[in-house]
Design a protein around this ligand. Structure first.
Ligand code: GLC
Length: 575
C-alpha cells in the first residue's frame, strides 16, 4: 500500500462537500477492453481536481457477474479483474489524496451476488444448515412446495422469490431477493453477516477510504415471522406506503438502525473518523434515523428528483430538508441525478408530468425533448443547489450537460429491469453510457474502439474537449461554481429573502445572494456585483430559467425578509 494515503484535516469536511459519483465501468477505460476501470479513474484525477470536487464516490468495482451493474457483489474485499487490482485501487486513492480529493466506496449490504462464495456454499448445503442461515431460505407452499412462501415482489419485478434446485436435480427451497434473482438477500439476524460487513468496512478504511455510500440502507434486517403480511406489488414498497412506526416487515426497522450504530463505532475508531451516506428510501421525516451522528451521519435526499418547476415547491423542499438536517445535527444533501434515474438535463427539457418510462420506450421521440430548455434549467438549479448549505452529490457527465441516451437499441440494454419487466420498463442504461472525453475518434476518448454501451454521435459536441476552456460552456460553469462556492463553506447560515413570486432568493454569509428565476419572464435584479450566472445576463435583468449569484451592496432590510424555521441552518452557523 502506498504511504501517507490518509488525508488529515477538518473532521467536518463532509458537511459541505461536493461529491462526484463515478460509475467506474463508464468513466474511462485504460486498457481498451470497452469497460471503464480503476486505472482510468486514476488517469482522470487531474480532471476531477480541476473541476474542484471535494470527494469522489465510486459505484461498486468489486468482482461481480454484472447481473445488476456491479450491485451484485461476489467478493466485497477485492476488485473485479476486468477493472483492476487492489494495488490499482491503492494507487487511485493515493492519487486522489495527493490532490486533496477524498474517496467514498459503495457498500451493498442488503444482498450479495448469487456467485458469492457464501451463496454457492448455501446451494450445496441442506435446508437448515449454517450455510443457508446466511441468506433467507424458506419452504414453498402448496402440495410440493411449488408456490413461493409469500407474494412479496422484487423491485425489478415480478416475484421476490426464486426456487432452488437440489444437488440431485429435484426442486428445493425458495430464497428471497428484493432485487434480481442473482441478488439473494442476506439474513441480517445472523451474527456472521454482521461481523463480515464490519470486516469489510475496516478493510476499506484501512486502505485509506474516507467514506461509504450505503446501498438500500433501509432494508437489511427483516421480520420473517409468519403470518407474512401481503405486499402484493412493487407499489407496496413506495415511500408513501412505508409506515412511520417501523412496522414494515422489510424496511426501516429499528434493528437495521442498530447495525449502523455498530458501524459508527468503527468509523469513529479512525482518525479522521470515516463518514457515510445512506441511500434510504424512507419518508423524509425518517431520514434522520440514518443521518444521525450515532449512525451513518448523512442520508441522500431524493426529493429534488421529482420537484415540479416552481419557486415555491423548491423552497418548501429546501426549507424542510434544511430544518430536518439541522434538527438532527446532520447536513443536508442535494442531488439531481445518479446512476438510477433519467439525467436531469433531460427531465427539465420534457413537459411537466411526462411519464419518463413511456418516453424511454419511444426512444425519446414522444414528447420531443427541448434540449435548450433542459440544459438551461439544469444549470440554473445546479447553481442554486451549490449555493445552499450542505453537500451536493454530482453524477458523472452532468458537468457536461449530458442528456439521457434514450434510443439505446434493445439488444444493447444491460439493466435487469428490461428483461424482468418483460420489456415494459427500459431501465437505467441511458444514464450509464460511457463519457465522451474527446470530440471525435473511437469512443470519443473513452478509451477503446467500442464502449460497453453505445455512445450517440451527439456526445462529441458535449465532450470534455469540446467544452474545456470554452467560456459559457456547462463544464466551465461547473468549474467556476465549485471554485466560488468554497468561500461560502465557513458558514451554514441561510436567510430567505422575499422576492417576486417566481424567484427563489436567499442570502448566505458576506452579502452573497442567490436568485433563481422559475418564471417565464425576465425580472429585475438587486444592485450588486454579479459573481456568476447560469446563462448570459441581459443588462440588469435576470432571464427566465436562470440563476445568478450576486454580492449585494446593502444587506436586505429586515422587512424584505421572510423568516422560516430553517433560517439558521446549523448548530455551528456563524451569524
Ligand atoms: C441501489 C442502487 C441500484 C441497484 C440497487 C440494488 O438502489 O443504486 O443501482 O440496482 O440498489 O442493489
Amino acid at each position: 500500500m502506498p504511504e501517507s494515503v490518509f488525508l488529515a484535516g477538518d473532521p467536518d469536511w463532509w458537511r459541505n462537500a461536493v461529491v462526484y459519483q463515478v460509475y467506474p465501468r463508464s468513466f474511462a477505460d485504460s486498457n481498451g477492453d470497452g469497460l471503464g476501470d480503476i486505472r482510468g479513474v486514476t488517469s482522470r484525477v487531474d480532471y476531477l481536481a480541476n473541476l474542484g470536487v471535494d470527494a469522489v464516490w465510486l459505484s461498486p468495482f468489486y468482482p461481480s457477474p454484472l447481473a445488476d451493474g456491479g450491485y451484485d457483489v461476489s467478493d466485497y474485499r477485492d476488485v473485479d479483474p476486468r477493472l483492476g487490482t487492489l494495488d490499482d485501487v491503492d494507487r487511485m486513492i493515493a492519487a486522489c489524496h495527493e490532490q486533496g480529493i477524498r474517496v467514498f466506496v459503495d457498500i451493498v449490504p442488503n444482498h450479495s451476488s448469487d456467485q458469492h462464495a457464501w451463496f454457492r456454499a448455501a446451494l450445496l448445503s441442506p435446508p437448515g444448515s449454517p450455510e443457508r442461515a446466511r441468506y433467507i431460505f424458506r419452504e414453498g407452499r402448496g402440495e410440493s412446495g411449488e408456490i413461493p412462501p409469500n407474494n412479496w415482489a422484487s423491485h425489478f419485478g415480478p416475484t421476490g422469490w426464486t426456487r432452488t434446485t437440489n444437488p440431485d436435480g429435484t426442486p428445493g427451497e425458495w430464497y428471497l431477493h428484493l432485487f434480481a434473482p442473482e441478488q439473494p438477500d442476506f439474513n441480517w439476524d445472523n451474527p456472521e453477516v454482521v461481523e463480515d460487513f464490519q470486516k469489510t468496512i475496516r478493510f476499506w478504511s484501512d486502505r485509506g477510504v474516507d467514506g461509504f455510500r450505503i446501498d438500500v440502507a433501509h432494508a437489511l434486517t427483516k421480520d420473517m415471522s409468519e403470518p407474512y403480511p401481503s405486499y402484493p406489488t412493487g407499489a407496496s414498497y413506495e415511500l408513501e406506503s412505508i409506515p412511520s412506526d417501523g412496522s414494515h416487515h422489510l424496511f426501516d426497522r429499528d434493528e437495521t438502525i442498530e447495525i449502523y450504530r455498530g458501524w459508527r463505532q468503527i468509523f469513529n475508531s479512525y482518525d479522521p473518523p470515516r463518514v457515510a451516506v445512506a441511500e434510504a428510501g424512507v419518508p423524509i421525516d425518517r431520514l434522520n434515523r440514518y443521518a444521525s451522528s450515532e449512525t451513518l451521519g448523512q442520508s441522500f435526499n431524493f426529493a429534488l428528483f421529482n420537484t415540479p418547476w416552481s419557486a415555491q415547491e423548491y423552497q418548501s423542499i429546501i426549507a424542510s430538508s434544511l430544518s430536518q438536517a439541522t434538527a438532527h445535527g446532520s447536513s443536508s444533501t442535494w442531488a439531481l441525478s445518479n446512476h438510477d434515474v433519467v439525467r436531469h438535463a433531460t427531465r427539465f427539457g420534457l413537459p411537466e408530468g411526462t411519464d419518463l418510462n413511456q418516453w424511454l420506450l419511444t426512444d425519446g421521440t414522444k414528447p420531443e425533448l427541448n434540449r435548450e430548455l433542459g440544459v438551461g434549467r439544469a444549470r440554473a438549479v445546479t447553481m442554486m443547489l451549490l449555493a445552499l448549505p450542505g453537500s451536493t452529490y454530482l453524477y458523472q457527465g452532468e458537468e457536461l450537460g449530458l442528456f439521457e441516451v434514450a434510443d439505446l437499441p434493445a439488444q444493447a440494454l444491460q439493466d435487469p429491469i428490461w428483461e424482468r419487466s418483460e420489456h415494459v420498463r427500459k431501465g437505467r442504461d441511458g444514464c450509464r453510457v460511457p463519457l465522451a472525453w474527446k470530440s471525435d475518434g473511437s469512443s470519443f476518448g473513452f478509451g477503446s474502439d467500442c464502449s460497453h454501451l453505445p455512445q450517440p454521435a451527439w456526445f462529441g459536441a458535449l465532450s470534455v474537449a469540446s467544452q474545456d476552456g470554452v467560456a459559457g460552456s456547462t463544464l466551465e460553469m461547473y468549474r467556476d461554481a465549485l471554485r466560488l462556492r468554497k468561500s461560502l463553506n465557513h458558514s451554514e447560515h441561510l436567510a430567505w429573502v422575499d422576492s417576486s413570486r417566481d424567484v427563489l432568493h436567499f442570502s448566505r454569509a458576506d452579502g452573497w445572494h442567490n436568485l433563481t428565476n422559475f418564471g417565464s419572464e425576465a425580472v429585475a435584479m438587486p444592485a450588486g456585483d454579479v459573481i456568476l450566472s447560469s446563462s448570459p445576463l441581459a443588462g440588469k435583468e435576470l432571464p427566465a430559467n436562470t440563476t445568478v449569484w450576486i454580492r449585494v451592496r446593502r444587506q436586505a432590510s429586515a422587512k424584505d425578509r421572510v423568516r422560516l424555521p430553517s433560517e439558521d441552518c446549523s448548530p455551528r452557523a456563524s451569524k
